[in-house]
Structure formats: structure tokens, C-alpha cells
Design a protein around this ligand. Sequence first.
Ligand code: PMV
Length: 357
Amino acid sequence: NSVENGSFTWSSPSNIALVKYWGKKEHQIPENPSISFTLNNCKTITTVGFSKKENHDSYSFEVFLDDEKKDDFKPKIETFFKRVEVYLPFLKAYHFKIETSNTFPHSSGIASSASGMSALALCLMSIEKLIIESDEAMSAEESALSNEHFIQKASFLARLGSGSACRSLEGDLVVWGKHEAISGSSDLFGVKYPNEVHGHFKNYQDTILLVDKGEKQVSSTVGHNLMHGHPFAQQRFKQANTNLTNMVTILKDGDLDAFIALVESEALTLHAMMMTSMPYFILMKPNTLEIINKIWSYRKRTGSKVCFTLDAGANVHVLYPESEATSVLEFIQNELVAYCQNGQYICDVIGLGASKL
Ligand code: PMV
């Protein structure tokens, strides 16, 4: 092809699952469908510079995080390149300079793999699009790589980097995994939630309480694998399917009490799977439980519709409708910040997905 060099920059957000993905088959195929809110403020910004090279025998790339060379990121990206090379045949033809930064503090315990892998996948898709469009030998059909196909393939590639990353491209709700109530849903990529959503969920707030910024003792890759042969695995996968069916009704009707019950149960079930795998492990910290109890007593006292969810770590995502933004933030500042490491928390809101810069 005739493309010598260039660069693309994408910004991609993090996401928080309401119905959780935990357990996968080969090739990053999820054992159950999941649904997430796309975030707005927590994001990764990645620039991929590329220049044609002589030798096409191996990958050639360097990685920078906040302008600092990060050789420890290379194995993960090398594994990703190997997985996606069949879908992106140009990977050995160029040298890549991957420069990335996050809007949230590093080692905050906020996973950057979803936002990072989706930003990288989008940059690679932009390169592919450029190559296809600049190559006159390509058919008109191929060069008319539609926007929908572009996002879908980027999500497909992001999934191969980190499963939940395939839910980070679009907003404001994304489903990954085949489910009968969600038309177009697939195990291979995330799709924008196609059904009706009640106004209560507009601008839903997510304040992330940073409880423990340390490195997790058990990676999510190990955690997913522990679902193989897990005594409750089949029951859990069935439950997630049912929960997603119920979530469709909740999102349509705006039943916030039902939303709270489903979302909190999903969070605790995720951690229950960790506690009941062999070997077992616990990612929550004492302050995670303190916060959960405070949220429950605040809700009881005030009738608030605030609730929590967790991902694979100790941090707590506090979810609440926009109408309660002022009161819940006051509650967080008065009662919950004391349980955060260095008093740190991040205010976020549901967002619209990735953008090209
Ligand atoms: O994308 P992974 O392999 O890091 O898995 C993340 C799984 C959870 O965050 C715990 C749940 C989810 O659905 O995002």
C-alpha cells in the first residue's frame, strides 16, 4: 500500500458494568451477556504514530505512558497484536509509537484496560481505514467502510485486548454478549443498547470512591479462569441472563428500587464468585464494607435512590440519578470520603463513548 506514515489520536472512556461479565470461553467469548454504563470523565487518550518499515518479519513498537517509556506494557500489547493480526494484516508493515495517558490518576485501582484497549483498537482501525481508502485497487465496497462497521470492528478488536473494553466505544449503555431481548447483541462485540430507556437514567451519576489504590492481588484474567469448574458457575451464568432480561424492563419503566436491588446484587454476586472459587480470594477491603453499610443506612434514612456497584477491586462506584446530585455528593463528602485512600474520589457521569481527536 502507499501509506508511508501518519498518526491518529482517540479518546476512549472507562465503563462500569451493571450486569457483570465474569467467566469466559476461549477467544474472549463471555460466558454470559453483560451491560454497562459508559463513563464520561475517566478516559484514556492514545496516539498511535506509524511509519513504514523495510522488514516485515516481526512487530516493532514502543509504548509511552505520560511521555515516559513503558517497556512493561509491551508484552500485553504484543499478545494483543498476535491476536488481532489476522484482522489487521498491516501490523508487521509499520513501526508504531503508542503514546497514552489517562485522565484518572495511575494506580488508582481504576482499571485502564477497558479504556486503553478500546483507544488502541480505534487508532489501529483508523490506520486500516486510511490504508484501504488510499489504495485505489480496493473496491468501492471495501473503501466505504461504514461508520457502523468501523465501530463494530473496533469493538471486536478491543474485546480481544480486554473483554470489557468492547463496551467502551459507544454510550450511554452498551451490551456485550448474545441475549434474546437485545436485538443485534453478539458475543463478539459490544452494541449500543437499542431499547427504550426511561428519563430517570439520563445523566446518571457515578462517583468513584478510591478505597485502595494498590495493585490487585488477583488479576481479572486469573479470576475469569477460576470460573472454569467453579461450583456455582452454571447457576451464575443463568442468573446473569435473567438479570439482563429484568434490566430491560427496569430501564424502560425507570423503576429505581428494582434497579438498586439488581445492581447491588450483581456487585455482591461478582465478589461472591471470587470468594467461592478455588483458590478463593477477596478484593474488597474493610472500607469497601464500611461504605456499603453507610450507603444502606443513608438510603433507609432519606429514601434516596443511591446505590453502589463494584468491579474487580476494592473501589466503590456510587450510582445515583441526576436529581439527587447535590444531596448525594454532600453525603459522600460528609460520610464516605473518610473511607477513601487520601480522601480521593472521582465524580463521573454517563457518557457518550469514544471520540477521535
Ligand atoms: O475486561 P476484564 O477481563 O478485565 O474483566 C472485567 C470484569 C469486570 O470488570 C469485573 C466486570 C465487567 O463486566 O466489567
